[in-house]
Design a protein around this ligand. Structure first.
Ligand SMILES: [Zn+2]
Length: 83
């Protein structure tokens, strides 16, 4: 049974599947996005659960790495989630 995991380009939402589980995949997006990582889909979904009032004003312009740090600070994402 080939269990695969989905990884998402945080810039454009492109999805790739890989047969392993990791927090992210180093991959240049086919759409030429500047961020060279795809984040595992469930982690990216967690990051989007940071409540509105906890988000910095520039949330929409922040790189996903920085959003992830905010999510961890807010307790929305914890270290075990990143395994
Ligand atoms: Zn992309």
């Amino acid at each position: 049974m080939g269990r695969t995991h989905e990884y998402v380009c945080p810039t454009c939402g492109a999805v790739v599947e890989r047969p392993f589980r990791a927090p992210s995949v180093v991959r240049q997006c086919d759409n030429g996005c500047s961020f060279g990582h795809f984040l595992r889909a469930d982690i990216l979904a967690r990051v989007e659960e940071v409540p509105e009032e906890a988000r910095p004003d520039d949330w929409n312009e922040m790189e996903v790495e920085n959003r992830l740090l905010v999510a961890m600070r807010e307790g929305v994402v914890s270290m075990p989630d990143l395994r």
